[in-house]
Design a protein. Structure first.
Length: 277
């Protein structure tokens, strides 16, 4: 029964906090010819691109609060090799140091909710009317480490919500290049090509005083078939309106509470997870 409870909670968490990625809004992007692609040497030595990346990371890490919408798509490779894309829409509300709300709607209509209020983590799956709660006093950073490390939960781009985002990006970065200036949804952005161990990333960062990410594409180069995660960020607010009950949870009528068992593996900072590069 304990193993079943743990499995159900992990499944609940995965639907509540799945991959951060996005579908390209204006159709397929043009494929670069081999002669157009930045060379490995050029990618290793692009201070302009790295400065843009670090400015974005530091800006997000220092933001006391923000909200945004993330529309994502990710490849699921079938046994016969066919690629099937699944999508999600996620609304994220973060208020440091200890408040987080993530509302998720999957492409099949399933809705999920994840909350952290500085005292406990709550995950709710509306379709099955089940929820689970774990006592975890601390900050959002603490909750993210607990989800990824102790619950062994794969949360791509978790570092985007972590105050250690700049240091982790600099540590994991192996190569970076400036691709071009590009306009996305009327926002002028800098398009960057980034490499870390096992993951190629393309990132579009808004120019100006608010260097926020606008699009990301992750390619898992060591995974069979090299699947991708794609994400578009929109509706950014650095001073979000927060309702008094935004981070509290009242179970719906007849909702079932699922017990949780977490196996602690090791102490330390947020570990590397698939997609969390």
């Amino acid at each position: 029964m304990e193993q079943i409870a743990q499995f159900r909670f992990k499944k609940l968490l995965r639907t509540a906090l799945a991959t951060l990625a996005i579908v390209l809004a204006f159709g397929a992007a043009p494929v670069l010819a081999a002669t157009d692609a930045p060379s490995a040497a050029a990618m290793d030595q692009d201070p302009e691109a790295k400065a843009i990346l670090m400015k974005m990371a530091e800006f997000i890490a220092k933001a006391p609060a923000f909200s945004m919408t993330l529309r994502s798509g990710y490849d699921a490779i079938q046994e016969d090799g066919q690629y099937i894309e699944f999508g999600e829409k996620r609304r994220i509300l973060l208020q440091r140091p200890d408040l987080l709300r993530v509302e998720t709607e999957r492409s099949d209509g399933e809705q999920n909710l994840l909350l952290f209020n500085g005292k406990e983590i709550t995950a709710f799956k509306a379709e099955d009317n089940v929820y689970s709660q774990i006592e975890k006093p601390g900050t959002v950073d603490d909750a993210l480490v607990y989800l990824v490390r102790d619950l062994q939960f794969t949360l791509p781009l978790a570092r985007l919500l972590h105050t250690g985002f700049p240091q982790q990006m600099e540590k994991k970065l192996t190569a970076i290049s400036y691709v071009e200036e590009n306009t996305l949804f009327d926002v002028v952005t800098d398009h960057l090509a980034i490499r870390s161990e096992g993951v190629d990333m393309q990132l579009w960062v808004a120019q100006g005083n608010e260097p926020l990410p606008r699009r990301v594409i992750l390619t898992y180069i060591n995974a069979p078939g090299q699947p991708q995660f794609r994400g578009d960020f929109s509706d950014w607010s650095l001073s979000p309106k927060v309702a008094t009950d935004s981070f509290s949870f009242t179970p719906p009528k007849d909702a079932e509470k699922i017990p949780v068992i977490a196996r602690v593996r090791q102490k330390g900072s947020l570990p590397v997870q698939k997609g969390d590069k």
